[in-house]
Design a protein around this ligand. Structure first.
Ligand code: ATP
Ligand code: MG
Length: 438
């Protein structure tokens, strides 16, 4: 029998990346082909132009297919953007079999019952991630299979995405000539690729800082405890540089990636660098520390917003192992220093781990490929579901999504951040004035 072929499609705000792999063992994959194309049809992680997004998808997938020497028809696509929300919700099933013990069928029913709830209009359930199981209200069991009890209850982290955001991904993929087999929250995919098991157990905060979004996730006790998406990331920093130093976007991006730091304390040598003038504006020279002030003010504000939210949501104390930063934004020099200062926990950059793959992942060993590679990996939500025992649900994601009007939730979390005026604007204007006086 031929090995299964899986395709991950990361539709990011700056690039679309496709990875075609062959499943060579339980949780082992051999990469056959990779394709990448610039992405211009997304704003803050959501598709805003289907035609442009479809073109990028087609280009990335065609390149990957050529390299792999296979033609694929369906993909596992990532989902992100501020449309994502999550809630915690509990449900239970009564054990009715003669032996009075929990079976795989009971666990599947728990998940299916949850999936049939429509939590809010236009929101579709992406994932039901079990946090804990309780039997006969006696307390927590990590693996309830075979436990004797009269009822089993689960606390769940339910991740939802807006129906229209999902449809736009679906349409773009279809227009590119492919089908969406499944959808996965991008941060969950990145987490699968970069987090260590020990971190997920002890408690870890993951930040995937891309071009359009910063995706936040907390794992603790090997379960997802928190997820949220912010529409502030690398593009916003580039835009701050552009508007503060009056340069074109491409030059702002170059200044950031070539010379920028997340914090002044990390600067190795405060050389002066050239800022190219636009039109009648002459070129000038500025110290790296001035560029860094612009970058730091935005990144620090982002980290502070996230940190305050984590403290408010009472999940900050779960981060015992520390913080892992991935996505292209992790390449900003000094970013872990600034993160450690704001969050008060140790930080590291997360690169995709080679252990999941047969052979070297070569060029893909960079933080910006965490999502694309992670899309190939199975989720913890399936950890109890043994491939050999359980028939995979039939059909595509869309055809499986169903809804009803039952609702039963504990607490809302991860709502869209409110837009509020920020002191950062005044700060940047002050730097701009200083810069103009140079
Ligand atoms: N050396 C660097 N220093 C600072 N930022 C960098 C560096 N290299 C890349 N970046 C930034 O990383 C961002 C792109 O990251 P990534 O490829 O993870 O985004 P994406 O997946 O396309 O977007 P998203 O996930 O937000 O939809 C860009 O804003 C880019 O400027
Ligand atoms: Mg990304």
């Amino acid at each position: 029998m031929k090995n299964e072929i899986i395709t991950g499609l990361d539709i990011g705000s700056t690039k679309v990346c496709a990875v075609i792999a062959e499943k060579t063992g339980k949780n082992k994959f051999k990469i056959l082909g990779v394709g990448k194309a610039p992405s211009t049809g997304l704003v803050r992680g959501e598709v805003s132009n289907i035609i442009d997004t479809a073109k990028s998808i087609k280009a990335a997938l065609n390149e990957a297919e050529e390299q792999a020497g296979v033609k694929v028809t369906e993909v596992i696509a990532g989902v992100s953007g501020e449309n994502i929300s999550s809630i915690r919700s509990r449900n239970y099933v009564t054990i009715t079999n003669e032996e009075q013990e929990v079976t795989m069928a009971d666990l599947r029913k728990l998940k299916e019952d949850m999936r049939s709830i429509q939590f809010s209009k236009d929101m579709k359930i992406l994932h039901i991630l079990h946090e804990e199981f309780f039997v006969d209200r006696q307390g927590v069991v990590t693996n309830p299979l075979g436990v004797a009890c009269s009822r089993i209850e689960a606390s769940n982290h339910v991740v939802m995405a807006s129906g229209t955001a999902i449809q736009n991904i679906q349409k773009s993929v279809k227009r590119g000539g492919y089908e969406v087999k499944d959808l996965k929250l991008q941060s969950l995919a990145s987490a699968s690729a970069v987090l260590e098991d020990a971190e997920k157990d002890l408690g870890v905060l993951l930040l995937d800082i891309g071009g359009g979004t910063t995706d936040v996730l907390i794992y603790q006790g090997n379960a997802i405890r928190y997820s949220r998406v912010y529409g502030i990331a690398g593009n916003r920093i580039t835009n701050d540089i552009k508007e503060t130093l009056n340069v074109i976007a491409e030059d702002a991006e170059q200044l950031k990636t070539n010379y920028g730091y997340a914090t002044e304390a990390a600067i190795v040598k405060d050389d002066t660098i050239t800022v190219k003038g636009v039109g009648p504006r002459p070129s000038t020279r500025i110290p790296i520390s001035l560029l860094t002030q612009i970058i730091r003010s935005r990144v620090e504000e982002l980290f502070e917003i996230i940190n305050i939210e984590l403290e408010k949501s009472d999940v900050k104390k779960k981060i015992r192992a520390g913080l892992v930063i991935t996505g292209g934004g992790a390449l900003l020099k000094g970013i872990t220093d600034l993160a450690e200062k704001v969050f008060g926990v140790p930080a590291r950059v997360g690169l995709p781990a080679e252990e999941h793959f047969d052979g070297s992942i070569g060029e893909l060993s960079k933080p910006e490929y965490a999502t694309a590679l992670g899309l190939l990996l199975p989720l913890e939500e399936d950890y109890l579901v043994d491939d050999s025992e359980v028939e995979k649900p039939k059909g595509t994601f869309w055809s499986r999504a169903k809804s009803s009007d039952k609702i039963k939730s504990d607490k809302s979390e991860g709502k869209k951040p409110k837009s509020k005026s920020s002191p950062i604007k005044d700060f940047l204007l002050k730097i701009r004035d200083q810069y103009n006086d140079l």
